[in-house]
Design a protein around this ligand. Structure first.
Ligand SMILES: [Zn+2]
Length: 317
């Protein structure tokens, strides 16, 4: 998981900006605002929902803004068609889910209690939307890395907070008051590096409780994902090994007063593939950045030589 730069302002699409839809009061409004009106009228009505019980037979409302094709298109751009949680490229294998960071209809707590409704007023909120793959978002029994155990993972309606008394339950409450207690990493507002560490063998380690819960709930330790990250790390390690070889070659040639043009060309080629691997749209950037940081720390001579040649790998981090 890596930090994602997503504007907190609503995107410039009609769903959020143009008053083209008829609101509940008969006045024209945005589709997002109409969803909010519908959600408050339905879920915010104590005759319909009380004490975590649904008291009405009335059909649940249908949110339309988050599932609108324009909203999904913007999310795909923001997330480069990658899952916000596991960084897998999803566009070529599945349509991808528009994911609500705070679940809208129901919340399952750490203790296994169901809270109904969930964060209904955030069903259309731009700041609550991310793009996610099916495995991170939906409940699935998947194999844990290095074990033969299949475990239920996938975010579904889980949304742990460290103090249930701080849990928001209605649209009149201020979300900023709950944020410090949230125990899942939101890559759009948290720095995942503070909570997760990625190892060269593809594994991910938690640096704190928020990291621990995020690994378990998003399923970042599922076997197939760890294997993908491992393969990615192996590819990057090979490029870094080639870099070291070229640097040694350059140093030797310089010591003997030999021309280094050819070696510089090869070095540039390896640097180019390194830059490509670190492009924003590339998969698994967190493990790649961790490997490069490790390379810089454990190969100071090679890195210093690169700096002498005008290349600073820290620019890639
Ligand atoms: Zn994912």
């Amino acid at each position: 998981m890596i930090s994602i730069s997503k504007s907190t302002s609503d995107p410039n699409i009609s769903v959020y900006k143009h008053n083209r839809w008829k609101g509940l009061d008969g006045k024209k409004t945005t589709l997002a605002n109409r969803d909010l009106q519908k959600a408050i009228a339905y879920y915010g009505d104590p005759t319909k929902f009380k004490n975590n019980q649904k008291l009405t037979d009335e059909k649940s409302i249908k949110y339309e803004a988050y599932s609108h094709k324009d909203t999904k298109e913007v999310l795909k751009e923001v997330f480069h068609s990658k899952c916000a949680y596991c960084e897998s490229y999803i566009a070529h294998i599945e349509p991808g889910d528009v994911e609500h960071f705070r679940p809208k209809a129901k919340v399952v707590t750490d203790q296994g209690n169901s809270l109904i409704p969930g964060y209904y007023w955030l069903g259309a909120s731009w700041n609550n939307l991310l793009l996610s793959c099916i495995n991170c978002n939906r409940p699935n029994r998947l194999l844990i890395n290095s074990t033969t155990d299949e475990v239920l993972m996938g975010k579904a309606n889980f949304f742990p907070i460290s103090d249930e008394s701080k849990r928001l339950r209605n649209h009149n409450q201020d979300i900023a008051l709950e944020n410090p207690f949230v125990q899942l990493i939101n890559p759009c507002s948290d720095d995942p590096e503070q909570h997760l560490d990625f190892l060269p063998n593809g594994e991910v380690k938690a640096l704190d409780e928020k990291g621990e819960k995020s690994i378990a709930i998003y399923g970042l330790y599922r076997a197939d994902l760890v294997l993908r990250r491992k393969k990615t790390a192996e590819g990057l390690s090979r490029t870094l090994e080639f870099l070291v070889m070229e640097i040694k070659d350059i140093q030797e040639k310089q010591a003997h007063g030999m021309p280094i043009d050819l070696s510089l060309d090869k070095l540039a080629m390896h640097l180019e593939s390194l830059k490509k691997a670190l492009e924003e749209k590339a998969e698994y950037l967190a493990i790649k950045k961790a490997l490069i940081a490790q390379f810089i720390a454990s190969n100071p001579i090679s890195n210093n030589k690169l700096v002498d040649l005008g290349v600073d790998l820290t620019d890639l981090l």
